[in-house]
Write a protein that binds this ligand. Structure first.
Ligand code: AMP
Length: 427
């Protein structure tokens, strides 16, 4: 016997039937379809960009000193000895495409969204995988605080449309470069004064990246960070005014956000507004999505300076939240069970129903006995069943059987009549 091969650790299959509900196609369809509907409602259009990019794009875009670039990238040499990387996130690739196709000159206001797999060699655990999917959106060419507020509200609306209750929007500002430089110095002073309490990583961060100390998970660092000086006191008048407007607009839109002074995020390109949606339902991996403004990135990667803001949400984490609280139906609305001799009629009737309405219709084409067909109707989670025998075909009438409550209703055997009956019964 040959050895069975397994999926790579931290990489999942999403299947029609699985033991883990959050990896079922029905749940993913719900998450993706809902997000698409909400995001496109704000005027965003989908982009499809490559999964593989030159390593330099991520190194320069995300930052050499970040965890993602220094420890987590899947980097390899291709056959031409070029260094390529499986994308760890979507923003850098979108920015590369924005620059490469010259949008800054033709029409810098672009609203893009994407879905696709990202790759990070992190330690797998619940809600954290090595291949995971992100749904993200990027808005280019808008520097007004209204853009920040709209993007945050949009991300929140996706959760609402998915029926998620336990999600908290958190917002913060990292200010402009001048504010951040000033704050880094203040923070360095504070960290040096508490250096004995800090973990080794944070000791190193005093010089390299003091902001990341604020979201260190080490309990001792957390305690020190809680009393750290707030960036608010280091903000320039402009950054302060920007953030005040963003939060005012959020309140006006009815968003109950929390200001989180420790929300610095793990990627180097952010400036001004940062935000995250968190939940208490996923344990350690509590971020459902996050994003921020990155006004400097396009210029950093060689493009015409263009303001930008965006976010990404984790599909697995959204799916975990949906699967924990909801039954997501994916079976056919109607299962047609033809007796011997009724097959051709069944195929035609099923087609007429599919043409007449938005229904999933399955005909049992196995040729087995009625009992076996009804077992399959149950197994695939059909909502209604219709048995077709000689008698039904002669009368042009049949019984639509509701498999959830075992009631039946008489229906004429035409596509229109069945669609009308389904519309009434499913509503
Ligand atoms: P980030 O690009 O790190 O800001 O992440 C944005 C969102 O992607 C997070 O809020 C998560 O929902 C999701 N995410 C990030 N890393 C992972 C991972 N390793 N596994 C699953 N989801 C992830």
């Amino acid at each position: 016997m040959s050895e069975i091969l397994h999926a790579v650790k931290g990489m999942n299959d999403v299947l029609p039937e699985t033991a883990e509900a959050f990896l079922s196609t029905a749940v993913w369809d719900k998450v993706i379809d809902t997000a698409r509907r909400v995001i496109e409602g704000y005027g965003y259009r989908q982009v499809l960009i490559p999964i593989v990019e030159e390593t330099a794009l991520f190194a320069r875009g995300i930052g050499e000193g970040t965890d993602i670039v220094s420890k987590e990238m899947y980097t390899f040499s291709d056959r031409g000895e070029r260094s390529l990387t499986l994308r760890p996130e979507g923003t850098a690739g979108c920015v590369r495409a924005f620059i490469e196709h010259g949008f800054a000159k033709t029409d810098p206001v672009q609203k893009w969204w994407y879905i696709g797999p990202m790759f990070r060699a992190e330690r797998p655990q619940k809600g954290r995988y090595r291949q995971f999917y992100q749904i993200g959106a990027e808005l280019y060419g808008a520097s007004d605080p209204a853009a920040d507020a709209e993007v945050i509200v949009m991300m929140w609306r996706i959760c609402q449309a998915l029926g998620l209750k336990d999600v908290t929007p958190r917002v913060n500002t990292l200010g402009d470069k001048e504010s951040r430089d000033r704050y880094r110095d203040v923070l360095r002073g504070y960290m040096r004064a508490n250096v004995d309490t800090l973990c080794d990583a944070c000791k190193a961060r005093i010089e390299t990246n003091p902001l990341r100390f604020l979201d260190c998970k080490n309990p001792a660092c957390k305690e020190v960070a809680r009393k750290a000086p707030d960036i608010m006191e280091s903000l320039s008048a402009q950054s302060r005014a920007h953030f005040d407007k963003v939060t005012t607009y959020l309140r006006d839109c009815g968003l109950a956000y929390v200001r989180d002074a420790a929300l610095v995020r793990g990627l180097d390109y952010y400036s001004e507004t940062t935000f995250e949606l968190t939940t208490s339902a996923l344990g350690a991996q509590d971020a459902v999505g996050g994003g921020g403004r990155y006004d400097g990135l396009i210029e950093e990667l060689g493009g015409t300076p263009t303001p930008a803001i965006g976010f990404a949400m984790g599909v697995e984490r959204l799916a975990l939240l949906v699967a924990a609280t909801q039954q997501v139906a994916s079976g056919p609305h109607l299962f047609i069970a033809p007796m011997a001799g009724a097959e051709s009629f069944a195929l035609q009737l099923a087609d007429a129903v599919r043409t007449g309405g938005p229904y999933r219709v399955e005909v049992d084409v196995t040729g087995r006995k009625l009992k076996g067909q009804m077992r399959r109707a149950d197994k695939v989670g059909a909502r209604f069943a219709l048995v077709l025998g000689e008698d039904e075909i002669a009368r042009r009438h049949g019984n639509l059987k509701d498999l959830r409550v075992s009631s039946t209703s008489d229906v004429a055997l035409t596509g229109d009549a069945i669609c009308a009956a389904l519309a009434k019964l499913i509503a």
